[in-house]
Write a protein that binds this ligand. Structure first.
Ligand code: NAP
Length: 323
């Protein structure tokens, strides 16, 4: 197969929001598939998907979307995965690869697998890439470039099918890794789910802080708060489902976090400067490590453009004589 040849003939996307529409854009631009069929739950979103020309065909139902597909990717909130699998199960082409993009894997496997027929290849996946925006307008083709896509194929899955799905994600610019659904959920609980919970908490706490007016919280947000607000603006449906479906792993990580927070609380109370310094020096090194492996920009303040200095007095030779 030439390196630019399509990897799949027909891609069906169940759900065309941020992730589904980014896959559609990237798959088309990279030539990873020949044709794309897309659908969404509401007529409004389906109409928008057609207006944006994200797919060759927009189907009215999940079942109709998958009929000709040799790759189906379910891109909907994880709490809906079981219902979607039930919709499509009887309509899948024999030999098709069925995947998803859900941020939680064990629950998705448990919900989807019982509805899928023998003779299709079920390979759950999670592209670890996203933004705080939702819907088909929010997607962009470059979303997955240099990001990781984690595959969690059940034991005994057809190797050729796994290799083709991995090749598809690589064509979209992603790096690909494989692990068990349980391990995925534990790793993501600490790297993604807990940070979101902390952001949701701190933004709520600041909002309720009665001694400081809300305008002051917003006014002085550059002190760190605004970076939490970006994460706390993430889609409420998606994140409700993540915490409901990855409960055990999140509670495990939350227990560890609370213990570590108590240690730092005690260090502050007891004035243990050295302990605080050592901890902060260690975490600074972790940030540098993330930059070094290309998972974030080295630019200060996440590369935000900084305003110019207010007008300074003109240099001496051109200054007026009135001063
Ligand atoms: P989104 O922008 O809100 O889009 C969700 C899409 O799913 C919409 O098109 C919605 O249609 C459709 N949908 C919902 N229920 C459906 C159903 N039962 N049948 C068919 N379509 C349905 O969400 P997203 O950010 O793309 O997230 C989708 C999935 O990606 C989630 O599982 C999430 O965990 C995962 N993920 C998200 C991110 C991220 O940063 N956002 C990153 C990685 C993975 P309507 O508009 O008509 O409701």
């Amino acid at each position: 197969m030439s390196k630019d040849a399509p990897i799949f003939e027909c891609l069906a996307l169940i759900g065309t929001g941020l992730i589904g529409s980014s896959i559609a854009r990237a798959a088309r631009e990279s030539g990873a598939v020949k044709t794309i069929v897309a659908t969404a739950r509401s007529e409004t979103t389906r109409r928008r998907v057609a207006e944006l020309r994200l797919a060759d065909k927009v189907a009215d139902t999940n079942a109709a979307a998958v009929e000709d597909a040799d790759l189906v990717i379910v891109c909907i909130p994880v709490g809906q995965s079981g219902a979607a699998a039930k919709d499509i199960g009887a309509h899948l082409k024999p030999g098709a690869v069925i995947s998803d993009v859900g941020s939680v894997k064990s629950a998705v496997v448990a919900d989807m697998a019982p509805h899928l027929p023998k003779g299709v290849h079920f390979i759950p996946a999670h592209p670890v890439a996203g933004t705080e925006h939702s819907g088909p307008d929010a997607g962009f083709a470059e979303l997955f470039v240099n990001r990781w896509c984690i595959l969690t194929p059940p034991e005994g899955t057809d190797r050729d099918a796994v290799a083709r799905l991995a090749a598809f994600w690589r064509r979209l610019g992603a790096n690909v890794d494989s692990m068990s659904p349980e391990h995925h959920d534990l790793v993501l609980a600490i790297t993604s789910h807990l940070p979101h919970l902390i952001a949701y908490t701190i933004v709520g706490t600041a909002d309720e802080f009665s001694n400081v007016t809300r305008s002051e919280v917003l006014q002085f947000s550059a002190g760190g708060f605004r970076d939490f607000t970006r994460i706390a603006a993430s889609d409420p449906t998606m994140w409700r489902d993540v915490f409901l479906t990855n409960k055990d792993a999140v509670l495990e990580m939350l227990g560890r976090f609370n213990e570590d927070l108590s240690v730092l609380t005690r260090a502050i109370r007891n004035g243990e400067g050295e302990k605080l310094f050592e901890h902060f020096a260690h975490t600074r090194a972790i940030r540098r490590g993330i930059v070094e492996i290309g998972q974030d920009s080295a630019a200060p303040d996440f590369g935000r453009p900084h305003a110019r200095l207010p007008d300074a007095p003109l240099p001496r030779p051109y200054a007026s004589n009135d001063d």
